[in-house]
Each structure stands twice: as C-alpha cells, then as structure tokens.
Design a binder for this molecule. Sequence first.
Ligand code: ADP
Ligand code: TPW
Length: 567
Amino acid sequence: TMTRPDEDLVDGLTLTVEALLANGVRTIYGVVGIPITDLARTAQARGIRYIGFRQEQAAGHAAAAAGFLTGRPGICLTVSAPGFLNGLPALANATTNCFPMIQISGSSERSIIDLQQGDYEELDQLNAAKPFVKAAFRVDQPQDLGIGIARAIRAAVSGRPGGVYLDLPAAVLRATIPAGTGRASLVRAVDPAPAQIPAPESVARALDLLASAERPLIVLGKGAAYAQADQAIRSFVETTGIPFLPMSMAKGLLPDGHPQSAAAARSLVLGQADVVMLIGARLNWLLAHGQPPRWSATAKFIQVDADPMETDSNRPIDAPVIGDIASVMTAFLDALRPERITVPAAWREAIRERTAHNVAKMRARLEADVTPMNFSTALRAVKDVLDGHREVYLVNEGANTLDFCRDIVPMHRPRHRLDSGTWGVMGIGMGYAIAAAVESGEPVVAIEGDSAFGFSGMEIETICRYRLPIVTVVFNNGGVYKGDDLNPHSADPAPTVLLHSSRYDKLIAAFGGIGYQADTPDELGHALEDALRAGRPALINAVIDPTAGTESGHLTSLNVTGSLQPA
Ligand SMILES: Nc1ncnc2c1ncn2[C@@H]1O[C@H](COP(=O)(O)OP(=O)(O)O)[C@@H](O)[C@H]1O
Ligand SMILES: Cc1ncc(Cc2csc(CCOP(=O)(O)OP(=O)(O)O)c2C)c(N)n1
C-alpha cells in the first residue's frame, strides 16, 4: 500500500497488541526472544501484563489454565522453532482438556522456509501445529492482523473450547501500513462464545428418561466447571435430588461432602446406575469408556455437551442434549417438573451406606500413626489446613500424589482444583499454579509428586521473581524413576542414590522463597499454615515413605510388564 511521506504509519507489533486489547486480553504468558521481544514490550507499554517464564511449556500450561479459569483464551507467546515446539505439549494438552488458549509464535521468513534455504530458526510452524490444535492461522500481511486475531479468539472459545495456534512471521510484525488503514482493520470479535440453545425436544427426551430412572446418576465433568453455570447446575442437582459424581476438576461445583455426593461410592454408582446424565464429561478412559463391567450393560445415557460428535463416541447415547452447558441447564430448569423425578429411597440408602463404609475405611488410613508419612497421613494434614482456607486454589500432579489427593482433599468452590486432566500430563504444576495466582489473586497450594515437580521445577524462580502466593508441597518419596538403581536386577546396580534425602526446600531458598522440611503430619500442617499466612512463595519438602503407594498410582494396570524375567 502506497503512503504519503507525511502520513502516520503503524507497525505490525502495535496492531497485534491493539487487536489483543480490543478483544479483552490483559495478560500474556511466555518466553520472549527473536522475533517477538518487542511484541511483549509493546504489550507491556499498553497495559498488558507479561509474565516471563523459564521454559515455554510451563508458560503454555499457564495460558491453558487461565483459559479454563476465566472462559477467555489464555495467551502464550513464544519465539520461533524451538520455542514454538516447547509450547506445543501445552497447546496440545489444552486442546485435549478443551481449555481455550492461543499460542502466538513468531516465525521466520516464509520465502526462505518454503524454499528450505536455512533461515534462523527455520520451521514450517503452521503445519507442525495443525495436528495438535482446534484451529491454526498464519497472518501474512499486517492489515490481516485484526481479523486473524479475532478468528483465533473465536476459535478458542466457541463451541468446544480448545487450543489455537497463531503464526506471526517476523516480516509482518516489522511491516508498517498507514495508521488509518491499520486501525480500521482491527476487529473485536462479537459474542465469540455464542450461546448454543439445546433443541427443546432433546431436553424433553432427557427429562423423560430421568423420570423413568430407578437409580439415576449425574456425572459432572470439567466442562461443567468451565461453563460457569454454577448456580444453575447446583439448583438442578438439588431440585431433582439425583446423586452426583464430580470428576476431578469438577470438584467444588457442589461442595465435596454434599449429602447428594456419591464420590465415596464411585464403584457402586457406576456399576448400578440405570440412567446416567453426563454434564460436560466424556465417556473416555477416565470413565472406563462407559463399558461393562464398570458400568451396567443396560444403563441409559444422557449426554450434555457442546460437541455433537462426542455423542455415541464410546457408547450409544439415548438422549443427547447438544448446547452450551449454561443454556442447557437453564432449559432443563425451565422444563423441569420436580414432581416427575423421584429418587427411590433404596438408591439413596445404598449410596449412603457404601459412603459411610468407605469414609470409615479412609478415616482409619488418614489417622494412622506411621513414620515416615505416607500419602494418606500427609494428605490428612493438608486437608485439615485447607479446610480453613477454602479460597485456596489447589494444583495437583504426580501418580500416587495425584490419585490420593483427589480422593482425600475436598473442594468447596468451583474451578479451584487444577490437575493432570484428561491426558494425565506431568509438568502442569508450576504453570497452572502461576496462572491460578495471577488470574484469581488468591493463594495457591501445589501438591506435587517429586518426579512430577521436576518437569517444571525451574519455574520456582519465576514464582519468586513475581512474589506469587504459591506454596509448593513436594511429596518426596525419592520416586523419580531414577534409572539404574531402580532395577535391582541390573547387572551392576548403581550405588543407591539417596534421592530420598533430596532437599527441595533448599531450592526455593536460592531465589528468596521460604523453604520448609516436614517429616511428620504435624510439621507439614504447621509449615503449610505458616506459609499460607506469610502469603509468599514457599516450598515444603514433605518426606514420604519410599515404600508407600504403587508404581503409576491407581493406573498400575495400564503398565506394560515385560514377559521376559531378567536373568
Ligand atoms: N461450555 C460448555 N458447554 C458444553 N460442553 C462443554 C463446555 N465446555 C466444555 N464442554 C465439553 O465438556 C467435555 C469435557 O469432558 P472431559 O474433559 O472428559 O471432562 P472430565 O475429564 O472432567 O470428565 C468436553 O466433551 C467438551 O466438549
Ligand atoms: C509429560 C509426562 N511424562 C511422563 C509421564 C509418565 C508419568 C506418569 S506419573 C509420573 C510421575 C510419577 O512420579 P511422582 O514422584 O510424581 O509420583 P508419586 O510419587 O507416585 O506421586 C510420570 C513420569 C507423564 N504422565 N507425563
């Protein structure tokens, strides 16, 4: 575009930031460098908060968690090629979890890449990203930045949320066009996550099915948490009186311990429910694909989901209700005639009995007086402290650390638990914790297996640099799949590395945070209480019995065990 010498010009960097601002972006998580450092500086100058990480995967996990918590796409900013690739696992994980995020990566010169002439950090990023995202766009001229960013925003949050890749070549960022033309090209996406109203007949069909049930069950998934339809969901559950089962990141939609919670009777309700209403929960591996013997062969399913393709994915669905969960729950409440749905006392009683039995068994494990701590006794101490801090966001990853914490530490508020999710990804811990602290302004407690912590542990420095109120509790059982000496059969087992004596608490001291060593539940409880009161970055090294738990936690059965027994 020709410009008059005196005409004001605007560059692609500025247009990108103005397009993000026009669409409500207020925070960017990332690792800067060529060619996007000035993009971050321009963003900061215009009031966007830029959080600089130590590795792009953690920044991406932070952006994904921000998307889950706010319903607006989290933004991860990376450099080209290696930085772009480092962000992909988080972008793919966001797509798998249905969290809205956009990874914006600078990229090299198209003409050099397409002729494979060996540019600095040459990589065809757009095509590399496509298998892992809900949508991928590249902007090739500055006047398209407005529409490109609006499309990326809409792709991330509309329908089933997910990860979006946006490729910004260096040439576009440095290009200038007449300011008037540039500003006229900016687009604010109108209603990017439009309500999807369910068909009334689909609602009626589902209510008829619920009315016919002898043993109804509602399963709440992280889609129900993401939808921010908390009151509608709670009143539907309580008005119908139907028992509910929260998946891990739906915990707190109704408080754990709610009289209708069937969480402590999970096996019973999965096996005996005759009508199951899935709300934002996929019948994937986490729910045994809806198949017997875990589920009844004759159970009928209602599936509430934004994505019609989820219907019949694992089991025929008798009553699909397609729409956004907020609109669907409103439609259900409008059409509901409570007198039509009665939950037989026998079903409620069976759940109550099994719950009482399992809670008693659990209590015995929690109260055990063992040294060193095991997962249960350590988590009882955590539970007792967090019961008095319900504003705390809980981040959780590991194997046994994940499985035990999910069952032992109750949640009382929606979207306050962030964990390894659908993929069971290790490495989400510090990124999710940083996003929860930045987006909510509330304190965060991260309960980390020691191996899991290692995936993003360097972000402890990021946490200290921004002085975030995050307490990281490392469950140190020396279990980092430590290689040679793990295999007692190895010909020459390495000397037993005293990993169990690792002092993770000293790591945070290097960056000005507070470190605690905890060998008993009392020490763990006091350290956690003290760290929460201080409201500063802290790390507690909780020593856990190395013989406690099982390899891969509750997923031991998924492991492949070799048929060849070592000599
Ligand atoms: N706002 C929404 N409205 C309707 N469905 C949604 C919404 N957000 C996410 N979903 C759906 O919720 C489901 C989440 O399922 P999943 O991640 O398996 O939950 P969980 O692992 O907790 O069971 C996905 O199928 C997704 O399409
Ligand atoms: C990105 C990625 N790489 C590897 C793995 C495989 C794995 C699953 S669980 C786990 C850590 C288990 O050790 P930890 O000490 O955290 O657990 P525990 O003491 O029992 O609580 C790994 C490495 C996964 N899931 N994701």
